[in-house]
Design a protein around this ligand. Structure first.
Ligand code: PHE
Length: 368
């Protein structure tokens, strides 16, 4: 029995020394010192010993137990420390690492263009006013000299809410609201959303945006309108851009004009040089490729005309002034309505209206 004890002590000591984790130590402890462990089994065997040997063996067993316990404890402490160190190392945070990236937001290109449009007119002394998108027929049509059954109503495919209420088809009702509530001089712009029952395509959307302008004072002339829009075009698009007025008709203006701007894409030429791609080399700038000469293609932006229609305008029809309570003998004024989408496409040379509505971040974040 003594031999077995010694052998066991040696073997368990060896196992403790070789243990690599505190969990392994626990297994060793249970197997050696536990209630059903080896030492207990040896103690039970003591009954077979002659009585005079029992005290000595009992003492030996206790010594072995104490020695193993002490060794287990020491090893346990060492391993626990190591495990803690390893855990801390694994959980360590490098505070010098950059944090998670947060992308900066960007304005929608249409908002950037609109802000520029508004800035130009505010710089000329205009005030920004807004009106409702769900509008009375009265303001959207009647006060603008478009009575019921007037053919001009068909030209604007109107969404009717009921007989007297529509989704405004243009921003012009805001003009009417301003003229009926204010006295001249009036100088306002009215940006906002408008609705028309149009099929969506590259240039149409049932919901789009306009910016209305209205000036009423004494001695306002068509020359003022032209000068204002020329200056707007210059500030919005740069020096080379010109305006072109074409006679047109709106019930609420007389005379009326449709106004075109020089196409920014082809600089008014109507054609673009077609690169001789076979001669182009990697890394060449677009301008260098164009310099290679060759054929031209018709400009798709302006369909080869060199001009892009951007707004309707005219002198406020005296009938409208009168209906709105402004004396047409004393006052005159001009009005214009421009498409915000159209301005945005022009400003950034964007080929299709849909890009503005798809909310593709790869597209949107290009504009700051
Ligand atoms: N309201 C017109 C439209 O939407 C544009 C316009 C505004 C024309 C002001 C003349 C004067 O087509």
């Amino acid at each position: 029995m003594e031999k077995m004890l010694r052998e066991m002590r040696e073997r368990v000591m060896q196992n403790i020394a070789e243990a690599r984790a505190t969990s392994a130590l626990e297994q060793i402890r249970v197997a050696a010192l536990g209630k059903k462990g080896e030492l207990t089994a040896l103690l039970r065997g003591m009954g077979k010993l002659p009585p005079e040997e029992r005290p000595r063996m009992g003492q030996m067993v206790n010594e072995v137990r104490a020695a193993l316990e002490a060794q287990l404890e020491a090893r346990e402490k060492a391993l626990a420390e190591k495990e803690k160190a390893a855990r801390l190392a694994a959980e360590a945070i490098d505070v010098t690492l950059p944090g998670p990236e947060r992308s900066a937001g960007s304005l929608h290109p249409m908002n950037i263009a609109l802000k520029k449009m508004v800035d130009v007119f505010v710089g000329m002394g205009y005030e920004v006013v807004e009106g409702p998108e769900v509008e009375f027929d009265h303001y959207n049509f009647e006060l603008l000299n478009i009575p019921k059954n007037h053919p001009a109503r068909d030209a604007q495919d109107t969404f009717y809410v009921d007989d007297n209420i529509v989704l405004r088809t243009h921003t012009s009702p805001v003009q009417a609201r301003i003229m009926t509530t204010r006295k001249p001089p009036i100088r306002v712009i009215c940006p906002g959303r408008v609705y028309r029952a149009d099929e969506a395509d590259a240039t149409h959307s049932p919901v789009f945006h306009q910016m209305e302008g209205l000036v009423i004072d004494e001695n306002i002339t068509m020359g003022d309108l032209k000068g204002t829009l020329d200056e707007f075009a210059r500030q919005m698009f740069g020096e080379g851009i010109r305006t072109r007025f074409r006679p047109s008709f709106f019930p609420f203006t007389e005379p009326s004009a449709e106004v075109d701007l020089t196409c920014a894409n082809c600089k008014g030429k109507g054609v673009l040089p077609l690169a001789k791609l076979s001669q182009a080399e990697p890394g060449m700038a677009t301008s260098q490729i164009k310099d290679l000469g060759g054929a031209t293609v018709g400009c798709r932006m302006c369909k080869g005309t060199g001009w892009i229609e951007v707004l309707g305008a005219g002198m406020v029809n005296p009938r409208v002034l009168e209906m709105c309570g402004i004396d047409p003998q004393k006052y005159s004024g001009f009005a214009f309505g421009m498409g915000v989408e159209r301005m945005t496409l022009l400003k950034y040379n964007i080929p299709n209206l849909r890009y503005l509505y798809e909310n593709d971040l790869r597209f949107l974040t290009q504009y700051r």
